[in-house]
Design a protein around this ligand. Structure first.
Ligand code: ADP
Ligand code: MG
Length: 525
């Protein structure tokens, strides 16, 4: 039992006693009864004075007492003694005040415990029984005119004993269960406190800034990381609008994820990533907003550095590839011209060398114009086009140019398809994909060109029955100058990719080594 609870109960007991005695006093004046036939009317007043004094003494002592349990016990035992004396002076068996003993049994169960209830019940039984016995055998100067027989005395004592013990039992039972409930409640309370402590600790230790606001955007919670990121103290933030700490927000804050610039106090700015969502109570009612934010400045800086490095690495690789592509034809050109310069060659040889020189120059020129197409593309001329007629034209040209007997072109078109695109550029893409398919299949195979009209895009698929693309190559086929062919430039797919990207579309490849290769062009309507 908590000491505080015991003290307040003892105080209540003292107050109750004082009230009871006062009522008794009032009653004796009000009714002017000669104290219920008491032989000692003066004694009653005297008795009341003693009880009052005791009450005053108790109140004075309560501040100094160390063992409150003993203090309570003493009071209760003194109460029993006082009551027995009072019963004695008000007529013993004829006294109306035997019920005060029951009150004391009740009090001891409530103030101390179940056991004290039984102790006080036993004490009351013994003293009351003794008093009545002494009265019966006329060893005390108290008469008993009305009740005379021994049986009646015994019955009275018996009834009182039963009353004392049943009171002790019932009050003990009730106070015990009350105590249990109180203890449980206290335990719950301490759990709640632990939980609250845990919550605030966790929130404070979070590495991300966290705030909550009411529905109007006034700050309720502002954790340590939030202070560090914004440079604003919790004391200044709480109660004020969240826009004081995070000026880029609107009031009330809008849900969603943002990346914003926080003007810092010093000359540097901070990039802040923030997510805001509704805060709801356990009934699902909106009570405000919660925001979590991080300082992304460092990460963004690293990211920019990485991109910069990657860009330079790509430029380096590209330059090396260009140099390589130019050097090869130049080398054979140089060789041919050197031999021609010597001049003593037969006519037949000279012509051959001239042819080689010319075709190498042609190759060089083609590579450079391809590269220019890739690197500095012409402006798009978007118009509404009939996709199938553009496809047909390109495929006819392809069939004539390649003239491979063993290869068939199968068309699998879906209805009529109009899209917005640059027809010249698109036929360049179809051409590049078609040429690749023909080159991959060699002497025989089938190129299937199919179209599909989806709700918000059109898909054109080039599917061939060639050898497919090796897994190790598939990530690189769209890089400029990547080629697995002896005379390839490695620019066909790079250009196609670039054109489709300019159309805000996508070019994707699906290929399985040895089976087939499909390129899907996905264009928005
Ligand atoms: P190039 O045709 O000059 O080699 P591309 O950019 O057109 O350059 O193609 C790059 C590489 O992608 C080719 O060398 C080839 O290895 C691979 N490739 C492209 N299309 C196909 C295909 N239909 N089947 C198999 N491999 C392909
Ligand atoms: Mg090609």
């Amino acid at each position: 039992m908590a000491a505080n609870a015991l003290i307040s109960r003892i105080k209540a007991l003292t107050a109750f006693r004082a009230l009871f005695i006062s009522l008794l006093l009032c009653a004796s004046f009000l009714f002017k009864i000669e104290y219920l036939g008491s032989p000692h009317p003066k004694l009653i007043s005297f008795f009341i004075i003693i009880l009052y004094s005791l009450t005053i003494i108790y109140s004075l002592f309560i501040g100094r007492v160390k063992n409150f349990f003993l203090f309570g016990y003493t009071q209760l035992i003194l109460d029993v003694l006082a009551e027995i004396s009072f019963i004695y002076i008000t007529g013993g068996i004829e006294s109306l005040f035997s019920f005060t003993l029951i009150l004391t049994v009740l009090s001891s169960s409530i103030v101390l415990n179940k056991r004290a209830g039984y102790v006080i019940a036993s004490l009351s039984s013994i003293l009351y029984g003794t008093l009545l016995d002494l009265q019966f055998y006329q060893m005390l100067p108290v008469g008993y005119e009305g009740i005379a027989t021994e049986k009646q005395f015994l019955f009275n004592i018996f009834m009182h004993i039963i009353a004392f013990y049943s009171t002790a039992y019932l009050a003990g039972y009730l106070s015990h269960s009350l105590e249990k409930t109180v203890r449980k409640l206290e335990e719950k309370d301490s759990h709640l406190k632990d939980l609250e402590f845990f919550n605030t600790k966790v929130i404070e230790s979070l590495p991300s800034g966290l705030f909550t606001t009411d529905v109007n955007g006034h700050v309720l919670v502002f954790n340590h990381a939030a202070e560090v990121i914004t440079g604003i103290n919790k004391e200044n933030a709480i109660g004020n609008a969240i826009t004081d700490a995070l000026p880029f927000l609107s009031l009330p804050p809008e849900n969603g994820r943002y990346e914003k610039i926080l003007p810092a106090n010093s000359d540097s700015e901070k990039i802040v990533g923030i997510t805001i969502s509704d805060l709801r109570d356990s009934n699902g009612n909106e009570t405000g907003f919660i925001g979590i934010f991080q300082d992304l400045t460092q990460i963004k800086k690293l990211e920019a550095e990485m991109q910069y490095r990657e860009k330079w690495a790509a430029i380096g690789e590209l330059s090396a590839n260009i140099a390589h592509e130019i050097r090869n034809p130049l080398a054979s050109l140089k060789g041919s011209i050197e031999m021609l310069k010597e001049g003593k060659l037969p006519e037949k040889h000279r012509e051959r060398l001239m042819d080689i020189a010319l075709s190498e120059m042609e190759r060089l020129n083609n590579t450079i114009s391809d590269f220019l197409t890739y690197s500095s593309p012409r402006h798009l001329e978007i118009q509404r086009i009939d996709l199938h007629s553009v496809l047909d034209r390109t495929l006819d040209l392809l069939k004539n140019a390649e003239q491979t007997v063993g290869i068939t072109i199968r068309k699998d078109y879906e209805g009529q398809l109009f899209i917005h695109a640059d027809p010249e550029k698109l036929s360049q893409v179809f051409w590049n994909l078609g040429v690749n398919a023909f080159e991959a299949m060699g002497n025989e195979g089938e190129l299937t060109v199919s179209t599909r009209n989806n709700r918000d895009n059109a898909v054109i698929a080039f599917s061939d029955t060639g050898p497919g693309i090796a897994k190790s190559d598939i990530d690189r086929i769209f890089y400029p100058f990547f080629t697995t062919k002896e005379k390839g430039t490695g620019l066909g797919l790079a250009i196609a990719y670039r054109i489709i990207e300019e159309h805000n579309g996508r070019l994707v490849v699906a290929s399985r080594s040895g089976i087939k290769t499909t390129f899907d062009i996905i264009l928005n309507h």
